[in-house]
Design a protein around this ligand. Structure first.
Ligand code: ZN
Length: 157
């Protein structure tokens, strides 16, 4: 059973997820950020803090994500961080939606899954429905941060 302590984590989730959990990417703080957000899930203690710096073309140049909580929020944040580099916010909108669709089993065409790249490894988490929230928390933070950034941009114009 998945809850058995005898089953190694990498057999449950796959090596890629475990590697990101053990060696999180983009976890250094970004000192000057254009976009920031924080989100937590009081039920399992997961927390994510996200700071992004955009370049002059509006692409994500620097990513800093810190997490507290379970292995899944840590792995997801690291994998998401890698996927965000050099994307425009419009591309990130599509990526976030596609990721949610994947975790809800709504992807139909094969190409949609491929476009998620390494993130598709997180489908392994779907075997553990209580953990799906953990994979979505980082994306919720990201979407909130983007929304706030866009409304501040709209105000400045
Ligand atoms: Zn969690």
């Amino acid at each position: 059973m998945p809850s058995s302590p005898d089953v190694p984590l990498d057999e449950l989730y796959g090596e890629m997820i475990i590697d990101h959990y053990r060696n999180p990417r983009h976890s250094d703080p970004v000192p000057v950020a254009d976009l920031e957000a924080e989100e937590d899930n009081p039920f399992c203690g997961d927390r994510v803090t996200l700071r992004l710096k955009l370049d002059e073309d509006g692409r994500i140049a620097e990513v800093g994500i810190q997490t507290d909580g379970c292995s899944i929020i840590k792995a997801t944040a690291s994998m998401m961080g890698e996927a965000l580099r050099w994307k425009s916010l419009e591309q990130v909108d599509r990526l976030a939606q596609r990721f949610r669709d994947m975790m809800q089993g709504k992807l139909t065409a094969e190409g949609e899954e491929e476009s998620l790249g390494d993130l598709k490894a997180l489908q392994a988490v779907m075997q553990f429905p209580v953990r799906i929230k953990c994979t979505l928390l980082a994306w919720t933070a990201l979407e909130k941060g983007m929304k706030r950034y866009r409304s501040s941009q709209a105000r400045d114009q």
